[in-house]
Design a protein around this ligand. Structure first.
Ligand code: ZN
Length: 298
């Protein structure tokens, strides 16, 4: 289990013919997604997509929780190396909002969109907490199998003064009315609630999550690889024809307004006054130590 600073945060496995399994391996941090995990995930997905022997990809997570969301510790660089990046925005050290905006586009919006458009079917197996940024990781998958202990929330609005995560798929995943309640309250959605909303495909006992996810992946892998790609492309095109991408662009702009409002009101991109003391002090210490990517000055 990886928990040291230097250890890989993502494992790559081939558990069955035609199936690759990518495992979030940062259980000690509840699989919080920082810069390193983001680019390790991207490299793993690229490897699976480049491998002609792979038809289906499983995305799983070590430990009790699929993902607690974005890593707010600011201990890692704002983006990957230039050759790893997926956008051409570039200026991560830009003054004012430029640097943080560039990171938001690269690491959160465009990277998740790229994963969502990976040509091969991706099946996410999720357990425990799937919180805020963790939802984005999960939503990038095509099929979601949830353990019965899985629970979902986006508390960016209720606890941090930001109107939902950057990859704003909530209305498409939950339906507009459920999405509003989910975001207005920041409350938990159970595995059964997610099933009823159509956000997950199946709910299975926790002990059976790994075996069921692999069995379903193997079943899918019996279909011709290229046919699977074409089916996925057609389904994704249908969702995009419903306006997903345009809606998400509007939401991303609103998300940036939320960050800027917090900068003006609190001096941080999030409303730290609502956070638990321990989290708030950690953020303040990171910025004081010069690790933050925050604008300089008052
Ligand atoms: Zn953001």
């Amino acid at each position: 289990m990886a928990d040291s600073e230097a250890a890989p945060q993502v494992r790559y496995e081939t558990p069955a013919p035609k199936v690759a399994r990518i495992v979030l391996d940062r259980a000690a941090k509840r699989n919080a997604q920082g810069t390193r995990m983001t680019y390790e995930l991207d490299a793993a997905l690229r490897r699976a997509c480049d491998d002609e022997s792979v038809s289906v990809i499983v995305l799983a997570a070590e430990g009790d929780n699929f993902s607690a969301g974005h890593d707010l510790s600011m201990r890692e660089p704002p983006a990957g190396e230039p050759g790893e990046r997926v956008t051409l925005w570039g200026e991560y050290g830009g003054a004012g909002w430029e640097g943080l905006y560039t990171r938001e586009r690269e690491v959160y919006l465009e990277m998740t969109e790229r994963w969502r458009n990976a040509p091969k079917p991706v099946l996410a197996a999720v357990q425990g907490g799937v919180i805020s940024g963790g939802l984005m990781l999960m939503w990038a998958a095509d099929i979601i199998v949830a353990a019965d202990d899985a629970r979902f929330r986006d508390n960016t609005g209720s606890d941090m003064g930001v109107p939902g995560v950057e990859f704003f798929a909530h209305p498409f995943e939950l339906g507009v009315r459920r999405a509003k309640q989910f975001l207005f309250t920041g409350g938990w959605l159970s595995a059964q609630g997610a099933l009823a909303a159509g956000m997950v495909n199946e709910v299975v006992p926790r002990a059976e999550l790994g075996t069921r996810a692999l069995a379903l992946a193997e079943e899918i892998a019996r279909t011709d690889r290229f046919t699977l790609k074409l089916i996925k492309a057609s389904c994704n095109a249908a969702e995009d024809a419903m306006g997903r991408k345009a809606a998400m662009a509007a939401a991303f702009a609103n998300h940036q307004i939320g960050h800027l409002q917090n900068m003006l009101m609190h001096g941080f991109p999030i409303d730290i006054t609502r956070l638990p003391d321990s989290v708030r002090k950690g953020l303040e210490a990171a910025v004081a130590a010069g690790r933050g990517r925050l604008p300089q000055g008052d």
